[in-house]
Design a binder for this molecule. Structure first.
Ligand code: UGA
Length: 432
């Protein structure tokens, strides 16, 4: 099939690489000239696990990059994968990039009768597909507008692309659904669900809201453990063994972040308000998660209150492991909470330093390793769950002068091993 993908971000790019690797002819379009120039020259603008090798195999073969929308004229399927960030002045998603892309598609369409599918992978409010259809049908009534929500996780994008839990196709048209099913012929048919367009749009928001809620829930249970003396590791394990609950997304931490959960829960709240529907669980989740950043920052301040001009080492800046993405990263939000109070903050992240520099500027010292970061620190704080941090060499860490205390907000380091080397480890969800 000929596929045009609009948007080369964390969704469009891995999807483009994945479809190209399956043998489709894929053209990725983006208005960002320097990004397209890099991609044409074999340089990836994002970090993703295991993506580089696949990219190099298909780039400039059956995967090409352009800033021109004219490729839509050859496409059987045009996939919208542009960003839908949160609006500056409301909870709603900002659909500016969606409608700019639709406008370009309409402008560049040569054959006004050509049949093709316009599939929306971007996360869009319920009813957006109808609006898109109204606009494009004025130009060409043969375009089939489909909702094709994306569920891949950053850092695991290709893994999720090849082996998703499900593919949701939001369409009333048998012809369009059949074509999309063909596009996903590498997926078992029992994982493919065809719904109405609006239901597909809501499935995306409801899924992200539920997962965000699950994380917030376990973080609240962790707070309960800290006061009551129960242990969150045991409790999460015990809860997760119930197959109705499941063991995934029960990892405690400093709160959820990223470019999806925070904005999608807010957008869900915005949509619900507009419809006059109560979504109190989601509302509580949003507030609770924001409060959590402050709570963790206050815990850090508390741990340092008796030290003059303390030095802090922060391990982790990305919003989670496996990505260089710092958008709405809990680590960044927490650092912002205490940056005014301290002059000596070392930070380290295996992938996200460059992106963090654009946010934290020169308010922190960027370092190149765990041990450089930890050197002479009064407190070492783990904020992102990178594997590298799980494997800290405590003997080497011991040589870093002063470090005695580790605040592990992801509960990832080997507690007993750290204790053996004399470190005082403070975990989440354990009475310390
Ligand atoms: C999320 C969803 O998981 C994807 O299914 C969805 O496609 C994507 O949003 C999207 O809408 O595009 P992603 O934002 O990449 O994916 O990240 P997650 O792996 O879901 O993690 C989100 C946040 O929750 C991170 O800050 C992570 O550290 C945190 N988290 C996750 C926890 O604190 N505990 C957990 O158990 C799981």
């Amino acid at each position: 099939m000929n596929i045009a993908i609009i948007g080369t971000g964390y969704v469009g790019l891995p999807s483009g690489i994945g479809f190209a690797k399956l043998g489709h002819n894929v053209t990725c379009v983006d208005i960002n000239k320097s990004k397209i120039h890099s991609l044409q020259n074999g340089i990836l603008p994002i970090y993703e696990n295991n993506i580089e090798q696949l990219f190099l195999e298909v780039v400039n073969e059956n995967l090409t990059f352009t800033t021109s929308y004219s490729c839509i004229n050859e496409a059987d399927i045009v996939i919208l994968a542009v960003g839908t960030p949160q609006s500056n002045n409301s909870e709603k998603a900002d659909l500016k990039y969606i409608f700019e892309a639709i406008n370009e598609i309409c402008k560049n369409l040569r054959d006004k009768n050509k049949y093709f599918i316009l599939a929306t992978k971007s996360t869009v409010p319920v009813g957006t597909g109808d609006k898109i259809e109204q606009i494009v049908h004025k130009i060409n009534p043969n375009i089939e507008v489909v909702s094709l929500p994306e569920f891949l996780r950053e850092g695991y994008a290709l893994e999720d692309f090849y082996n998703p839990d499900r593919v949701i196709i939001g369409s009333n048209s048998d012809k369009a659904s059949k074509a999309i099913k063909e596009l996903y012929s590498h997926i078992d048919s029992d994982k493919i669900l065809i719904t109405t367009r609006k239901s597909a749009e809501l499935i995306k928001y409801a899924s992200n809201s539920f997962l965000a809620m699950k994380i917030h829930f376990i973080n609240e249970i962790a707070d309960f453990c800290e006061k009551s003396g129960a242990n969150i590791g045991d409790v999460a394990l015990g809860i997760g063994l119930d197959s109705r609950i499941g063991n995934k997304f029960l990892n405690v931490g400093p709160g959820f972040g990223g470019s999806c959960f925070p904005k999608d829960t807010l957008a869900m709240l915005g949509m619900a308000k507009e419809l006059g529907v109560g979504v109190s669980l989601i509302e509580t989740t949003i507030k609770g998660n924001n409060d959590r950043f402050k709570k963790i920052a206050n815990n850090i301040k508390d741990m340092l209150k008796d030290i003059d001009n303390p030095k802090i080492g922060i391990l982790g800046l990305a919003f989670k492991n496996g990505t260089d993405d710092c958008r709405q990263s809990p680590a960044i939000e927490i650092i912002k909470e205490f940056i005014k109070n301290y002059q000596n903050i070392n930070v380290y992240d295996p992938r996200a330093i460059n992106n963090a520099k654009g946010i934290l500027n020169d308010n922190v010292n960027y370092t190149n390793s765990i041990y450089e970061c930890a050197n002479e620190c009064d407190l070492l704080v783990i904020l992102t769950e990178w594997d590298e941090f799980k494997d800290i060499d405590f003997l080497k860490l011991k040589d870093c002068i002063k470090v005695k205390k580790i605040y592990d907000t992801r509960n990832i380091i080997n507690f007993n091993e750290a204790k053996k080397y004399g470190f005082d480890v403070i975990n989440i969800g354990v009475k310390n």
